[in-house]
Design a protein around this ligand. Structure first.
Ligand SMILES: Nc1nc2c(ncn2[C@@H]2O[C@H](COP(=O)(O)OP(=O)(O)OP(=O)(O)O)[C@@H](O)[C@H]2O)c(=O)[nH]1
Length: 354
């Protein structure tokens, strides 16, 4: 059934007249997928085999034999491997990368094949475990650059690699019909026909982005996981300069590495750190030097309040003010409140009530 609907979409030329029809077909497919995954008992939570520890979690995803295990061993040193994980059904191997004071947990999952999301070779479970990642690293073989298949398999288990969550709000109501507020031009009939497919007849719909049918359906479904993605092309030791140029033109933002020959591994570590949006905050006790040895690893955009929570709840309960040195401070030792946003490398001193 899903295949037939997909075929129909492929056959239908997209224009204003067919937009409603296509919107409805896409909504129907999304609903059928949901029902199918519920029926087979392979719900979202079940494949959740990844236990989060450390400051962030990265998952390596790719076809079989692209070199994920080899890469994992190069990124994480063997000694720091988290041993003896009891995965009952799947062999998912974690390792720990320590970089700039951050402990980044990296998982190597079994190779993905086309059709994995339809349950081939426990594929659905494997793919679902990716949901726990803060960053997906798609590893490709230099001779197989089929990035889209991997992304499609992830999309089929409701992961949205490299996408921002839609800036769309749908507030269902008892009555009053459909009211649409949009910052960009939108074909209201398309919106209505998709909502109808989901049996929504009364709702306030607020769209604050360029309208896109797929993203609108995602917003209605509400259970998608949005994870940033980093592209890696491995085994570059096997090709010449000419070929590398071709790879670069296809994926200008990919990191080209050789796990075997240790090429660009440091660069990859740096990019992983950067794409996780981690920052380092140094704490400082009154009258003492900042603790440069053990930075707090926080997320970009974090505030003094987040720092207090990470340290100990008493810092929040007895908070008076904080002093900040570094990029986010207007001047050294600036006095700030809980809402102050910090930047990488800032030094923070929390002053408690006495
Ligand atoms: N030439 C070359 N070979 C590599 C490189 N990295 C890995 N290999 C080889 O590729 C083969 C597959 O490597 P693995 O690390 O087992 O690949 P994998 O992606 O973990 O495989 P699955 O577990 O099946 O998904 C092995 O023979 C590796 O030695 C590389 O950078 N260059």
């Amino acid at each position: 059934m899903i295949k037939e609907l997909e075929e129909e979409i492929r056959r239908t030329p997209y224009n204003k007249a067919t937009a409603r029809h296509i919107g409805r077909l896409k909504a129907r497919i999304a609903k059928l997928r949901e029902e199918a995954s519920k029926k087979s008992g392979k719900s979202k939570g079940k494949g959740f085999l990844i236990k989060k520890t450390g400051d962030a979690t990265v998952v390596l995803v790719g076809f079989p034999s692209v070199g994920k295990s080899t890469l994992l061993n190069k990124l994480t040193n063997a000694e720091s491997k988290v041993g003896n994980y009891q995965f009952t059904t799947l062999n998912i191997v974690p390792g720990m990368l320590e970089y700039k004071g951050a402990k980044i947990q990296i998982f190597d999952i079994p190779g993905i094949i086309k059709g994995a999301s339809e349950g081939k070779g426990r594929g659905r479970e494997v793919l679902s475990s990716v949901r726990a990642a803060d960053l997906i690293v798609v590893v490709m073989d230099v001779f197989n650059l089929d990035y889209d298949t991997i992304i499609n398999e992830l999309r089929n288990v409701d992961i949205r690699p490299g996408e921002k969550p839609p800036d769309i709000r749908i507030k269902k109501k008892e009555r009053g019909g459909i009211n649409i507020y949009s910052t960009n031009k939108v074909d209201e009939e398309v919106v209505r026909s998709i909502l109808r497919e989901y049996n929504i007849y009364s709702a306030d719909v607020i769209i604050r982005e360029k309208f896109d049918v797929d993203r609108f359906i995602d917003a209605i479904a509400g259970n998608r996981t949005y994870i940033p993605v980093l592209k890696v092309v491995n085994k570059i030791d096997l090709v010449n300069k000419e070929y590398l140029k071709h790879v670069k033109s296809k994926f200008p933002d990919a990191i080209l590495v050789s796990a075997k020959n240790n090429l660009n591994i440091d660069k990859l570590k740096e990019e992983i750190f950067k794409n996780l949006n981690l920052i380092r905050i140094y704490t400082k006790k009154p009258g003492k030097d900042p603790n440069y040895k053990e930075p707090l690893i926080m997320r970009k955009g974090c505030t003094i309040e987040d720092v207090c929570k990470k340290l100990h709840k008493s810092f929040l309960e007895d908070f008076r003010y904080a002093r900040v040195w570094g990029k986010s401070a207007k001047f050294n030792g600036q006095k700030v409140g809980l809402e102050h946003v910090l930047e990488d490398g800032d030094i923070v001193q929390i002053i408690k009530k006495v």
